[in-house]
Design a binder for this molecule. Structure first.
Ligand code: ATP
Ligand code: FE
Length: 412
């Protein structure tokens, strides 16, 4: 199969063409970080406008590249070669999702006008499922269902049990902010330039600081479940920033700490990063223990979403892999680092491997949408049975699955 993927659920316009052999024929992403950097977050109206300005051109460019043809022949070529058009239908910002959906409909209309080949299938994809599945496209080892997913992105922070395509259980999720949101907000509070994304800016500053300079409390330490919380940590960090700034005079703005004391800002960044990653880590361990009792067939952990691009997080989970004797698939090396040399691990191994997508496929991209479309096509007995786009609408709020209680994990 060859599938076109379209993604516009938030602030990235992304398009890709991928084949079922796992080849990326072409891809493009247009980010909007610079547009929203002056505001407190993504402004939906501006995001929609920015998507609208680039989407059609982006699709045409990617199709031309994928099929090595000029703009003149691109629709005829595409009609021959494309088996499906996959588009993110939710969850996300409604007015943004609609831009991608309508673009996908235009593509389908162009492909079928006067076409002799069969109509490509329309596939509606779930944004979070795309994040979960994308590691199955890369690397030597394709994690088999069921697997555990730590999904850490701009809008979500959750632990998912992926049972099958389209069948997910939520083992835990955040009670307030997502981890990506927390990184973004702290980055702004620290006065960092967030034009290239708050998370990456904070990660970079943290390299200059000491992770143990500030002793922020690890969230939900006493709660025996797999949920997350970042509100309390965020408040503790804000108070630390305010405290530091105050020493330089009452008139100085909170966001000026970086200017007046770069080292203190870096120490706060490093300490916040350490504690938030420790929280993710602790909750994931809990979920793995829960799986050992309740879902012993879970043999792998996928860590996906924008925050999975954090190198400190990858290092931390690399240690976990080593401790437990699991394999680590960190795709930027595109091979397994075999961690089973640890003699203490033995039969206590809870799963086989921890898998990260390549860095650039952690944040939103078109490849993950196209790949989710391919996985769906491969399971369809009859593509004609897919609902037609005319009968569909985007779904801004779209839970990925039902909740499972994991309190029994207490004591781990
Ligand atoms: P969702 O997928 O939940 O709808 P989204 O699509 O906006 O949200 P992603 O594109 O998956 O989110 O990820 C963006 C988030 O990842 C941002 O909050 C960003 O700060 C964070 N992020 C990106 N790189 C890093 C990094 N290196 N360290 C920490 N956080 C990062
Ligand atoms: Fe996303």
């Amino acid at each position: 199969y060859v599938v076109l993927g379209i993604e516009t659920s938030c602030d990235d316009t992304a398009v890709a063409v991928v084949s079922s052999e796992g080849r990326i024929l072409a891809e493009a992403v247009v980010k909007q970080d610079r547009i929203h950097a002056h505001y407190g977050g993504v402004v939906p109206g501006l995001a929609r406008k920015a998507h609208e300005q680039v989407i059609d051109e982006l699709i045409e460019r990617v199709l031309c590249e994928a099929f090595a043809c000029s703009a003149d022949g691109v629709w005829i070529q595409s009609a021959h070669r494309l088996d499906a058009v996959a588009v993110t239908m939710g969850p996300g910002l409604e007015i943004c999702l609609r831009v991608g959906f309508h673009a996908a409909r235009r593509v389908l209309a162009r492909l079928t006008s006067g076409a002799t080949s069969p109509r490509p299938t329309f596939i509606s994809t779930h944004h979070l499922e795309s994040h979960c599945l994308v590691p199955r496209l890369f690397g030597l080892y394709r994690p088999a269902f069921p697997f555990l997913v730590l999904l850490v992105s701009g809008g979500h922070c959750m632990l998912l049990l992926a049972r099958e395509l389209g069948a997910y259980d939520v083992l835990g999720s955040t009670l307030d902010d997502s981890v990506g949101e927390a990184f973004d907000k702290i980055a702004r509070l620290l006065g960092l330039n967030v034009g290239g994304g708050g998370g990456p800016a904070l990660e970079q500053l943290a390299r200059e600081g000491s992770p143990f300079a500030f002793d922020f409390p690890i969230p939900l330490k006493k709660r025996p479940d797999c949920n997350f919380s970042f509100a309390g940590l965020k408040t503790a960090v804000r108070m630390a920033i305010e405290h530091e700034v105050k020493q330089y005079g009452a008139s100085i703005e909170v966001t000026n700490l970086l200017q007046v004391n770069r080292q203190a800002a870096a120490d706060i960044a490093a300490s916040f990063q350490r504690v938030s990653l420790e929280h993710l880590f602790e909750r994931t361990r809990r979920a793995l223990h829960w799986c050992r009792t309740h879902e012993p067939n879970v043999r792998s952990l996928i860590v996906s979403g924008g925050v999975a691009a954090n190198l400190e997080l990858r290092r931390r989970f690399g240690e976990l892999a080593y401790d437990l004797g699991w394999r680590l698939q960190d795709e930027d090396n595109n091979h397994f680092k075999n961690a089973t040399s640890n003699p203490d691990s033995g039969s206590d191994a809870l799963a086989d491997s921890i898998i990260f997508p390549p860095l650039r496929y952690c944040t939103d991209n078109g490849v993950m949408v196209a790949w989710a479309g391919i996985e769906r096509l491969q399971r369809l007995d009859d593509a004609a049975g897919e609902p037609q786009p005319d009968s569909l609408e985007v779904v801004a709020r779209w839970p990925i699955g039902r909740r499972l209680a994991t309190d029994a994990a207490e004591g781990n």
